[in-house]
Design a protein. Structure first.
Length: 81
């Protein structure tokens, strides 16, 4: 079974320090050459929400799944199961 946005149970995800999640989001975004504005437009989050995630201030699983889909990376990029 592949991981999709619909079959991830975020309650099974281990706690990962927000700083590690922030770094993973930033790295994935930069790897495809996206700016924060590009990612915002693609995933439907505001620039401010993405800045908060990349600063380690927010790690909402629903937002991370949207970012993963927009960047075309598996959600496991940001979660440890």
């Amino acid at each position: 079974m592949s991981i999709t946005q619909n079959n991830i149970d975020s309650s099974k995800a281990s706690t990962v320090p927000h700083g590690e999640i922030a770094a993973a989001v930033r790295q994935a975004r930069e790897a495809i050459g996206y700016t924060i504005a590009d990612l915002s437009e693609t995933c439907g989050l505001t620039n401010e929400e993405i800045v908060e995630i990349e600063a380690g201030a927010d790690a909402d699983p629903a937002k991370l799944r949207r970012i993963a889909a927009a960047l075309q990376v598996p959600p496991s990029t940001f979660f440890i199961f």
